[in-house]
Design a protein around this ligand. Sequence first.
Ligand code: ZN
Length: 812
Amino acid sequence: MKQRGILVLLACLLIFPSVCRAHWLDHQELPEWARRGYCQWGHGANINGRIHWTENGYGVDLPNIHLIRYCGRNLMQTITYLDEEARRVGESAGVRRQPYICSKTIWWRNEFPKAPQLERCTILKPDGTRVLLYNNPERYGGCYSSPIWLDYVKQRVDSLLAKPGGEVHSIFFDNCMNYDCHCAECHARFKEYTREKFGREMALSPSDKSPDYLFARRMFDADEAVRFFQEIRRHLNTRHREGILISPNIGIGYGWSSYLVNRGATDLVFIEEGFTFPPFESTVLKYKLGLAASHGKTVGQLLGLPQGLRRQRALALDEKHEMGILEAFVYPEEHKLALAEAMATNGTNCVSFALREQKITANDAPYQVQNREAIHQYSAFHQRHLPLFDRAQPAARVAVVHAVVTELGRYNTRTALQQATRALERAGVPYEVLVEEDLEPEQLRHYRLLILPEVYCLNRERCQALEEWLKRGGALVQLGSLAQADELGRAYPAGRLPLVGHLAEADPAEIGAGRVWLPSRSLDEMPARTFLAELQRLAGPLERAETRSPRLFCNLLRSRDGKSLTAHLVNSDFSYTLPPTGDIQDDDGLPEARTFLSTPAARIRKVLRVPEPAKARDLYLKFVSATCGVATDAFSLVVTFNGQEIATIPGSWLNDGPGEGIPVPPGLIREENEVVFRVTGRPNSHPDWVAFHVDTNATSRRSWWSGDGGKSWTQEDLSPDPGTQQGEVMVRLGPRDDPERVATPEEFEGRLRVNPARDIDLYLNAGARPPVAVFRTPEGVERRITPRVRGGMAIYRVPEVPIYGLLILNGA
Ligand SMILES: [Zn+2]
């Protein structure tokens, strides 16, 4: 019976490929519990604020499992039950367990003697020497192309499943990243791969700089990783049991990660964003990218506070714990916002019970209680409205295309993509993200306006679909290049370019009833009103949220049964007042942006005023910086104070954060003091760079940036990051900071103000007779909202959204 089902499914796949590639699918190949909108992810556990680590994950006792349930989690990463009762309660409540395996590391000192075959499957450099993972001399990496490594990871799976700690429903595979491997297996397979896929045998050679080679090389690496994880999945399902899901730590948004997600290397899309937390940075785009690339699988993000903030809020330090921080203060409103962004996009926030800054505990300190109450409140709201979230469908009629293959094989499309999505968010226009294979007639039918950022590689079939859609009245915004090569990166011959590859030559272009716009300047620099006006000129009236509040995000979903349209409103306008520090400073302690030093030519300059230099004693220079966490001594940070070098700090030291500051020799202090930061040695884009935080609200104009070794300086854009960053680099003078100092919750309590978004006009296509809507917030607001109708659109006026609000239109 089962066999036959598979045959029928295969037949469907062959005959109707587009049906099976539709945008957000139900994914009936996965167990029911894994479905998007239902699955609520969590991470780890603690007991009395301390990690109880077992050989099979973070230990969970009875109070813990009650807490996990209270916080609405039903899939728990890396936990293990400590006793039968905890296990009984967890499993009978439907909590799924997802233990951990590293998919890459060989701790060679320990593992080589036990498994000598591993010496033949390590990732090799072109010269045949071994690659060190994270530059750690103890860690080699296993090559995904090697059958020896595949067998070994299968053994890791077998031994994991034999361990105690509860039933396994899914496995998390960590360290799933790409290394440019030159082992014998990779050499042989690459030849075969290029012969089959590109019709031309290529040799693995770092000296080959041709675009074809680089494209093939990246695609090969990614396809090998996909094959590796599919083999692991097959092993799980044949050797163990069906329905154990895999979830490699792939992430999303980069070529490698989006391609792997898109090609089925994961069942549950996991995104680790250890330095991201709203309101400091929005998380909505990553959910959207994950949902698009996976066509609607569960997408979860594990978040952490930005580095400087995390240290500032540290409540307890522990050298052995992650980055030395055992626990940090997080506001309940911040947790609510993180959950709101996930709900609004149909993703899931991996609430952490183990990470330093968000250690949700069963303990009873007031800040601990308020956090779990906040998470409970938002999770319970989600649970009450489950039919609206359970396998919801996207409902926006504007989409931005994430060019997965272009991003993988050719170059960065992210900058343009982020510009587009930021501009849409500022203009209040709900949007969805599509990937290349969504550019087919059945999907395109749903969209009025498409933004295509750097979609360089697009096959003829998709170009054709795009062209047809345009001719029938579609509106297209082209950012950068479009359709210059096929999906294997091979440039279309001159004279045989698809029509949509020509749009740049005729602006403003019209094709049939369709319209095209190629903005002549960066969308980051365009006022929201201008951008919206341009879009509406192109596509007619658009669904949108209009408000004077500065940080409102709006998303549209439709319930799976199609009966309800939901508008999700998320307000992230938070303001903080921080305790006074005694420092000489221009910033308010809260970074909104960063700048970074990753080349020897980059410079940051800051001027600090000391009112009475003669009286200045024991001043320390302090700066709020961050690294990727694994920066090495390949570079050093050099600090010059009034023309004199006062410190040279090795890259690895910067991983621990700023420390106590740098003592400034008293004779150097003047009324106006110039500080210059630069890096020496061999800095690079990963992992050897250092970022400085920027307070974009500060207006004292005492920060400069130089990209040419200090020949010229600018205040108009302090950072190589996309967009323009102005304000103040967070550099200060003040008394020595005690590196052991920790904060108390009382220093932060009452210092966050949420500025609710007010008087929001939601313009929706809700039919000729738009229904009265219901508006609800997790905090208990409930009201009916009667729309006005103007120009064919229904306008719903929502008086106030504190953090999250849900507008439900039944029958729209
Ligand atoms: Zn290899």
